[in-house]
Design a protein around this ligand. Structure first.
Ligand code: ADP
Ligand code: MG
Length: 346
């Protein structure tokens, strides 16, 4: 994979250690909890009396991303964001990441520098430190594994298992955008394969393309909860589609749920793209992936605190497990939610 720069230095020219140095020599540490970053056998962290959360994701070329239409810089940014989103979903603040790569010989030094530009942009945006990683070769394609570490005050971590009967089910932001953005990119990629001279038709769809190519982790929601004086009873990030995440919360909390089709927040571009591609937008919200919004439940008592917040939409409520996990359609009928999810292993 050639970078968008004229130079394409083979990694073998500078070797593994040379590559690691090229990719990491400009790091400046930002967080007091990072005592030692890159350069020894392990990073050293000190979180004083905080609780610490750790999460890992593994991304493989051809399964999780397609370099035909995902620029490496975007890939780096998004890979970090996906991990930070998991930290935020615990009601914790991300502080450090490690990045591990398996690289095939088709990648040049410059291509990997582009990937790291995206990784560093995310570090900058979210104020986190890159404190380590590992680098190895692969026979084909690129594999990226990122681990994120975050901190929370004692007792403030929020689990999937805490939902209570009558809790309000809420989401941040809007849903379905990342999935519709992917459909658009895939359509244009098919056109490109047939005729590389045709320009892609992407105008008018900036929002959903951004949702797919440059998603953000909702770290800002931590501050919003704080300002509103609300602590969710349960929370999960929406990486595999709303349906699957509601089911996760209900399973772990031993509850049921009712969510209302008409209340699920969706951007107008999601609806327009749905019309154009003949995909029901609700399917994108329920079963599409990678929106990286938060799904959480709050006590009914907190309704006044959240009801006017533009970042929060109430989409339903928690019920007894015996009532199931149901979608109430705009027509008033109830359909059992299924965990189709965004499962690339299927
Ligand atoms: P080791 O032999 O102990 O695995 P390495 O030579 O692989 O050490 O790594 C040297 C240092 O560079 C370590 O601090 C490691 O965490 C860091 N490092 C290695 N690969 C990467 C990478 N792809 N991104 C960021 N840091 C890395
Ligand atoms: Mg190593």
């Amino acid at each position: 994979m050639a970078a968008n720069k004229s130079k394409a230095t083979p990694i073998s020219d500078i070797g593994e250690f040379g590559l690691i140095e090229r990719l990491t020599d400009k790091i400046k540490l930002r967080n007091p909890s990072t005592l030692k970053g890159i350069g020894d056998d392990a990073a050293v962290l000190d979180f004083k009396d905080k609780e610490v959360v750790v999460t890992t994701d593994l991304l493989t070329e051809g399964i999780h991303f397609n370099l035909m239409y995902v620029p490496l810089k975007h890939l780096g940014y998004k890979a970090v964001v996906a991990n930070l989103s998991d930290v935020v979903a615990m009601n914790a603040t991300p502080r450090q990441i490690t990045v591990s790569l398996a690289i095939s010989s088709k990648f040049s030094v410059e291509a990997l520098e582009e990937l790291y530009e995206g990784i560093y942009l995310a570090c900058d945006t979210y104020g986190i430190d890159l404190v380590g990683g590992d680098t190895t070769s692969s026979l084909t394609g690129l594999t990226i594994s990122i681990t994120a570490i975050g901190e929370a005050e004692k007792g403030s971590v929020v689990y999937r298992s805490g939902a209570q009967k009558n809790d309000l089910i809420c989401v941040s932001g809007d849903l379905g955008g990342a999935y519709m953005g992917l459909q658009l990119l895939e359509r244009e990629n098919e056109v490109f394969k047939v005729n590389p001279k045709l320009q892609p038709k992407l105008e008018g769809y900036n929002y959903i393309l951004g949702r797919q190519l440059k998603p953000e982790a909702r770290v800002d929601m931590l501050k919003i909860f704080n300002n509103l004086g609300v602590k969710p009873n349960s929370m999960i990030d929406i990486s595999d589609g709303l349906s699957s995440e509601v089911i996760h919360i209900c399973k772990q909390s031993k509850t049921g749920a009712k969510i209302y089709e008409g209340k699920i927040p969706m951007d107008n571009e999601v609806k327009a793209m749905g019309n154009e591609l003949n995909i029901n937008p609700i399917v994108a919200a329920l079963n599409g992936g990678e929106d990286y919004e938060l799904l959480f439940t709050v006590s009914l008592n907190d309704h006044e605190k959240i009801r006017n917040n533009p970042d929060i939409t109430v989409i339903g409520h928690i019920v007894d497990a015996s009532e199931g996990t149901m979608l109430v359609t705009t027509g008033g009928s109830e359909i059992e939610l299924t965990a189709q999810g965004w499962n690339p292993l299927k």
